[in-house]
Design a binder for this molecule. Structure first.
Ligand SMILES: [Zn+2]
Length: 80
């Protein structure tokens, strides 16, 4: 009789254990879907991808910060 309860408890635990990551994944995919709606651009200097709204545009390239925009134009002018 007690064996039946242990199995029942194990089944309940298993259901919760299987369902928990699924819930988390659903929330995570909703977050990424909201973020994916925004266009991602690559920093021409360091290669980091970031939202277009946070990017700094210069010389026809996108940069993650003003510092990289400056460093990129410096390295370009040094090469030319
Ligand atoms: Zn960068």
């Amino acid at each position: 009789m007690i064996f039946k309860w242990i199995i029942l408890l194990a089944v309940v635990f298993l259901v919760f254990w299987l369902f928990k990551p699924f819930q988390r994944r659903q929330k995570h995919s909703a977050d990424t879907a909201a973020r994916a709606a925004e266009n991602m651009v690559r920093c021409a200097y360091c290669g980091v991808h970031h939202p277009e709204s946070e990017s700094i545009t210069g010389n026809g390239h996108n940069f993650c910060c003003a510092e990289h925009s400056r460093l990129y134009s410096q390295s370009r002018s040094r090469r030319e």
